[in-house]
Design a protein around this ligand. Sequence first.
Ligand SMILES: C[S@@+](CC[C@H](N)C(=O)[O-])C[C@H]1O[C@@H](n2cnc3c(N)ncnc32)[C@H](O)[C@@H]1O
Ligand SMILES: [Zn+2]
Length: 387
Amino acid sequence: MKTRTIQEGGTRALVPPVPDDGQLSISSASVFYNPEMELNRDLSVASIAAFSQIMSSRRHLEMSEITYVDALSASGIRGLRIAKEVGLNVTLNDWSEEAYTLIKENAAINDLTDKVRICLGNANALLHKERYNIVDIDPFGSPTTYLDAASSSVINMLAVTATDTAPLCGAHLNSGIRKYSAVPLNVEYHSEMGLRIMLGMIARDLARHEKAMHPMFCHATRHYVRAYLEVKKGANKTDKCLKDLGFIAHCTKCTARSVHYGMAVHIPEKCELCGEETSIAGPLWLGPLHNREFCDSVLVQLTNRELGKKEYAVKIVELCRNELDIPTFYDQHLLTKKLGISAMPMEELLKELTGDGFKASRTHFSGTSFKTNAGLKEILDILRRFR
Ligand SMILES: C[S@@+](CC[C@H](N)C(=O)[O-])C[C@H]1O[C@@H](n2cnc3c(N)ncnc32)[C@H](O)[C@@H]1O
Ligand SMILES: [Zn+2]
């Protein structure tokens, strides 16, 4: 296979050349390497390092005693970075023979041959057979077909990427329903919707194995969503976790929304504000997306490392750290456009909301979005005040 050398963080790797048309697709390269995912992998290194450090100090473990698997490795770059830059006991798996050969070469050029285990086989077979402290599922497309096996395998942390943003966000509705056993809505907070639909699915998969999840840090970009979830075993913990599943009722006319916790709940059919019929999304995850202390630890890890996408990564984690635990956000531009007035500076808007006694924060989802516990009516009153 023709290859070129790339460097991410402190790790080098041989990867397939960029296709002639510059378009990356699953069929254009025999082994998939996506340079756009460097940010995702930089954040993985920092997040998994932060989590492993917490584990190692709580349980008096050496980093090399903590097991990590990248069940879908491709060139191996993700897992090799975790081995080299974090020092965990890493297993890399892929079912493609070409990927397997390339991972071996990449382990060798990083002096990791004796330190990592490389497997050729089906990710689900491996994960149903073996237990790992940290399980990473980073597929091309939807992670759902790996979630049962990953839930069976995981002991402490599950990290999951989904790149099928159109089904997740309601743009391809039937595909979303088929893959995630849930109804997403293509609304202005569709990126958060996608993340919460994926998390809802993961919570239900883990629950079948009597495991509960606690999101530590989750983020969405235009091309994917990614979640780092602490996992705990036990029926009671799992029952408690499932209480954070539910539905969102959204009014497509005025954009008011209400959240309804539970799997069998009564959801009002009419918008409480304008009386229009609501659309229902779910079941999805309504609980927190981030743990503040964990985000602080990830920030320390990012600051202390040489990373290609460090600046952007820090910005995302800082925004996530300060995001309110509220399941939807508003887009200021959409609201002011509807009102026919111009938008106010975001800091001003947040100051007005907090001045009126509400909580308010920016979000990492977009520069024009904000979260608040104020109702739509109160938000519109503030925007009109500043027209
Ligand atoms: C998106 S790539 C992985 C990218 C990699 N995690 C990274 O960060 O660069 C997905 C890989 O999964 C492999 N794959 C797909 N289905 C699989 C399965 N059921 N078992 C094992 N490998 C599989 C493909 O061969 C491909 O190399
Ligand atoms: Zn309404």
